[in-house]
Design a protein around this ligand. Structure first.
Ligand code: G
Ligand code: G
Ligand code: MN
Ligand code: NA
Length: 254
């Protein structure tokens, strides 16, 4: 596979790029966080979305290197934004199951934080519910180490993974991200309304912070705000953006 050999070289050729999607506090509309989303700028194919190359990177054993690059780049970006005196944001990074379970993950994430000089509590690791299912008992050990380090975990694509809810009690788990497949039907689809309200209720009783994904309409925003969801991401607020456009959004106006 040509793409596979090209993917091996993409890191050394510096072909990866991070876009940042804002996450807004629903009550105020204020941007409080960004999620780093990787893109591959392929010399001929143009921008390759992660859905196409992350699975290949996982099967080739390259995902840990990519995720490490993402963590280091995202931490360095936070420092640049601090130096530009932008309001301090939380930074979320996505990691694959293979990255999360590996013994080098904890040293890697501490190194990224120390190297940049960023406090651990500004970084959030997003792990999908299906990754947790694949990890099994390794999950708990890795979660405990992360918690000790001070890095929180968000359960990404929540509601789609068919996994047990037991891991929601782990102290590292601080955020639930409600998958956009449930948001899409709001506020008219009764099943999506029921499921979303149930997920928000679970989060409330476990004192987990909630982030809804994929908000595209004002009606979805209004519903989620009234239902008590705390934070949201989606095209209604902003697409994933390159750093300079984040700066334009956040720069204090004169
Ligand atoms: O940006 P986009 O919506 O196309 O992302 C698609 C998926 O790719 C997301 O669900 C996200 O979890 C995953 N993804 C994005 N960036 C990274 C990354 O840096 N590492 C890993 N492992 N997955 C990522
Ligand atoms: O799985 P994860 O949540 O990490 O991936 C986020 C992906 O969802 C990104 O690739 C991003 O481009 C996409 N996304 C973000 N906001 C919206 C939205 O409002 N609508 C849709 N359809 N996709 C979105
Ligand atoms: Mn995510
Ligand atoms: Na998600």
């Amino acid at each position: 596979l040509k793409l596979a050999s090209e993917l091996r070289q993409a890191l050394t050729r510096n072909e990866f790029q991070l876009l940042y999607q804002p996450s807004v506090e629903m009550r105020t509309g204020r941007i409080v966080a960004v999620e780093a989303l990787v893109r591959w700028r392929h010399p001929e194919r143009g921008s390759v979305p992660p859905d196409e190359f992350i699975p290949i990177a996982e099967s080739l054993g390259l995902i840990r290197q990519i995720d490490q690059w993402v963590m280091e780049t995202a931490c360095a970006q936070m420092v640049l934004w601090d130096q530009m005196r932008l309001p301090p944001l939380r930074m979320a990074v996505n990691v694959s199951a293979g990255t999360f379970a590996h013994p080098d993950f904890l040293p890697g994430i501490s190194q990224a934080l120390v190297q940049a000089g960023v406090p651990a509590n500004r970084l959030l690791v997003e792990l999908t519910e299906s990754a947790i299912l694949r990890l099994g008992e390794d999950t708990e050990r890795a979660m405990q180490s992360l918690h000790k380090l001070g890095v929180g975990v968000a359960i990404d694509d929540f509601g789609t993974g068919y996994s047990s809810l037991a891991y929601l009690k782990l102290p590292a788990v601080a955020y639930l991200k409600i998958d956009r497949s449930f948001i899409a039907g709001l506020p008219s689809n009764g099943n999506d309304v029921a499921i979303t309200e149930a997920m928000l209720a679970i989060a409330r009783s476990l004192e987990l912070h909630t982030i809804a994904e994929g908000i595209e309409t004002e009606a979805q925003h209004e519903f989620l705000l009234r239902a008590g969801c705390q934070e949201a991401q989606g095209y209604l607020y902003s697409r994933p953006l390159p750093p300079d456009e984040i700066e334009r959004l956040l720069a204090p106006r004169a």
